[in-house]
Write a protein of this length. Structure first.
Length: 369
């Protein structure tokens, strides 16, 4: 027999969920207020925001696009991918436009082996990227091997985010390039970036991480603190465990673009919600105003909410995880408001009460030494 609040606590409190999964074993809140502060984050308020459904697009690039194509061929490939995404969007989501598109790592370059020959200046590609973004009325993230302007020769593994209006919304430069320590050279001569910016789009906040950034938690942590709701991950590695971990830990969506195996959309409970598994494109709808809930008596894995509100709600419940993600299809009502009649708890409520009870029974907090 399940304890009544066990899984309710797990889903409602991401920090506790992470501790139970072994992702943050050293975290311990010394008081109820500290616990509430740890649990309550930007994601916790999203359930009370009106629906924000957006269409995200990604692709499986294939290695030829990365290694061999000339710059002219890459422009053509960009147009082909965006045209295919727009067609898929019209088929799957009639009447809706693309909102955010991600292309693969090193997408814009000269197709040369030597870094100095492979790199391009931003002004060489901006007009074409801007025209593509404006044509498809979307934000377009294009990774590139960037030759930086300035008196000193310098290169970055970067991604430019272009707005719907054809203006640059921001540029991220990879903070953690790969290296061969024998030569003390980063990614053939790249200069590492210095910060983790978050870009304001008309639908929400977007961050970017690139490939080997996945090994280091600093960028992922910082993006959460800055309020990122989606993190874009162009990467040569198609690994899934770390993106799943970061999506769960930080409660944001992650969209990856890889050259093989799969490109995917990871939801804020760490599950792959949609993926492409062969060269081509993927368009998927997400809602940035979501709620998360786990197993609870009477909840019926979300079916109780569906019985009450019908098509006004949508959800994906993962029985093996005892957890689901929920959204509103009513443009005038948040998912939080719809869930309230069923006793959906505030994120910190059960967590704080549980910690108080534990400390009371044992006579204080456990030792961390």
């Amino acid at each position: 027999m399940r304890k009544q609040n066990q899984f309710r606590i797990l889903a409602a409190a991401p920090v506790l969920a992470i501790c139970l999964l072994g992702l943050a074993p050293t975290l311990r809140c010394s008081a109820a207020d500290d616990a509430a502060a740890q649990v309550e984050g930007p994601w916790a308020q999203r359930r009370y925001q009106l629906p924000r459904k957006i269409l995200v697009g990604t692709e499986i690039t294939g290695y030829d696009s990365i290694e061999k194509y000339s710059l002219a061929q890459r422009f053509q490939r960009m147009d082909e991918f965006l045209n295919a995404m727009e067609l898929q969007a019209k088929f799957k989501y009639p009447g809706k436009r693309l909102d955010l598109v991600l292309l693969g790592e090193y997408f814009m370059a000269n197709g040369k082996e030597v870094l100095a020959e492979n790199a391009i200046r931003l002004d060489e590609v901006l007009p074409r990227i801007a025209a593509c973004a404006k044509l498809h009325d979307c934000y377009l993230a294009v990774p590139l091997v960037l030759r930086e302007d300035g008196p000193v020769e310098r290169y970055s593994n970067a991604a430019v985010l272009m707005g719907r209006d054809g203006k640059v919304a921001g540029i991220y430069r990879k903070v953690h390039p790969t290296t061969d320590l024998k030569y003390e050279v980063l990614e053939g001569g790249m200069t590492p970036g210095t910060d983790f910016p978050v870009f304001n789009c008309d639908f929400g906040k977007v961050g970017i991480q690139i490939c080997f950034d996945i090994v280091y938690p600093d960028g992922w942590d910082t993006l959460e603190k800055k309020g990122a709701e989606i993190v874009l991950l162009p990467s040569e590695t198609p690994q899934t465990v770390r993106p799943m971990m970061y999506a769960l830990q930080h409660r944001y969506y992650i969209v990856s673009a890889c050259p093989r195996n799969h490109s995917a959309v990871y939801n804020p409970i760490g599950m792959i919600e949609a993926e492409a598994t062969q060269e081509g494109v993927l368009v998927h709808q997400i809602d940035l105003s979501y709620a998360i809930a786990g197993w609870d008596p009477g909840w019926d894995e979300g079916a109780a909410l569906k019985r009450m509100f019908g098509d006004r709600v949508g959800f994906a419940y993962y029985f093996g995880e005892d957890c689901g993600i929920y959204w509103s299809n009513d443009p005038k009502t948040s998912i939080g408001a719809l869930m309230r009649p069923l006793g959906y708890p505030e994120p910190a409520d059960d967590y704080v009460k549980e910690l108080k009870l534990e400390d009371k029974v044992r006579g204080g907090p456990p030792s961390l030494e």
